[in-house]
Design a protein around this ligand. Structure first.
Ligand code: COA
Length: 337
């Protein structure tokens, strides 16, 4: 292959729309050739979301150049309210420019930038077909990254869900007796805000994360409201279903996001059942309820995406029962700097 070119990396200002559009196009063209799933956000979604303030995380965007020519893209996400040691990065090189060292230049540049911000651990997501591999695996291994966790990306065809739904609801009803399933669009009702924060705060320690250096985050009603305000500002509906236990506490919740600008695709957020309330098929009941809620608001919703850790047997069983199909491996590649 040709020797490494004189690549350099420049930060992109997402408030300058033509520049953001260029970044978005290079990202899409670097990202999708290796993917089984087209989950690059729609332009309208990126156009609204990327320049908007995010109280949870700071995002910075980059383009890599070989001389004047754009050859790749990068993005760094720094959590600002928890996990102060962590940085998440995405990067890609346009297919015609690979194996010339640009990926290496990009990853080293992004690592230096996060090191300058005091972060000590970088996590990059890589994707590969089921049972197969992709350039991200040898690349990450060559650059000192380890697979800290492996998840499976799954899609639910809404037509399949509609066909399964009646049997499914009938199946869970006797188990979930005594629990009241409620739901909301984006804004959590005040009377459930404290309980909802309690459940969110315990989430990271309850899902299998492999060796991923992710710590729990502390949620409060105020933090939730900030997050809700951002979702409202960018036209993002964060639907939530929750199970109210007989004593009025929340036994579990499940989330699903749909953007006004991409009304045919949804993306699952967290699903969590409090350990004290497991065994009542609440996971299934909650995921069905939140899918129903999203469908009420977005009747044209066609596909819902989710991921769960390969080792998370219970969640896998729930997703299978709902009709989700496995499409891709998601590798969480981690390096301590
Ligand atoms: C992964 C990716 C960023 C690599 O970009 P690149 O510019 O080709 O990477 P480099 O040229 O710097 O490669 C560095 C080393 O990684 C390894 N490598 C990279 N691509 C490889 C491939 N397809 N097969 C085997 N080894 C590979 C090699 O050891 C290579 O060194 P060498 O060329 O001297 O043998 C690129 O393939 C890509 O954009 N993939 C899609 C997006 C993606 O997967 N992002 C996540 C990255 S972890």
């Amino acid at each position: 292959m040709s020797p490494a070119g004189p690549a350099h990396v420049e930060q992109v200002d997402p408030r300058l729309e033509p520049v953001l559009r260029r970044w978005w196009e290079v990202g899409r063209d670097s990202w999708l050739p290796d993917r089984a799933v087209d989950d690059w956000p729609a332009w309208e979604v990126s156009r609204r979301a990327l320049p908007a303030h995010n109280p949870e995380r700071e995002a910075s965007l980059y383009l890599a150049y070989d001389g004047d020519e754009v050859v790749g893209f990068g993005m760094v996400i720094l959590p600002v309210l928890d996990n102060p040691h962590l940085a998440f990065a995405d990067l890609g090189v346009l297919p015609g420019h690979r194996r010339r060292g640009h990926g290496t230049t990009l990853v080293r540049d992004l690592e230096q930038r996060v090191r300058d911000r005091g972060r000590t651990t970088v996590v990059i997501e890589g994707y590969a077909p089921p049972g197969g591999t992709a350039p991200c695996e040898p690349f990450a291994a060559a650059r000192g990254y380890e697979v800290a966790n492996e998840e499976t990306i799954k899609h639910l065809d809404v037509a399949t869900y509609r066909a399964l739904r009646e049997d499914l609801v009938r199946e869970v009803a006797p188990y979930a007796r005594g629990y009241r399933i409620i739901g909301w669009d984006t804004v959590c009702p005040d009377e459930h805000a404290l309980e909802c924060s309690r459940l969110l705060s315990g989430f990271n320690s309850q899902v299998p994360l492999g060796d991923l250096a992710l710590e729990d985050s502390e949620w409060s009603p105020a933090r939730m409201q900030e997050w809700e305000r951002r979702n409202l500002a960018i036209g993002r509906h964060a639907f939530t279903s929750a199970a109210v236990a007989p004593d009025g506490t929340l036994a579990g919740l499940s989330g699903l996001r749909v953007d006004d600008d991409a009304p045919t695709t949804g993306s699952v957020g967290i699903t969590l059942v409090d350990p004290r309330h497991r065994g009542h098929r609440l996971g299934l009941a909650l995921k069905a309820a939140v899918t129903d809620l999203a469908l009420e608001h977005f009747p044209d919703l066609a596909v819902v995406e989710t991921t769960n850790a390969v080792s998370n047997r219970h969640m896998s069983a729930v997703n299978e029962r709902l009709g989700y199909r496995s499409l891709e491996r998601l590798l969480e590649l981690q390096r301590v700097l």
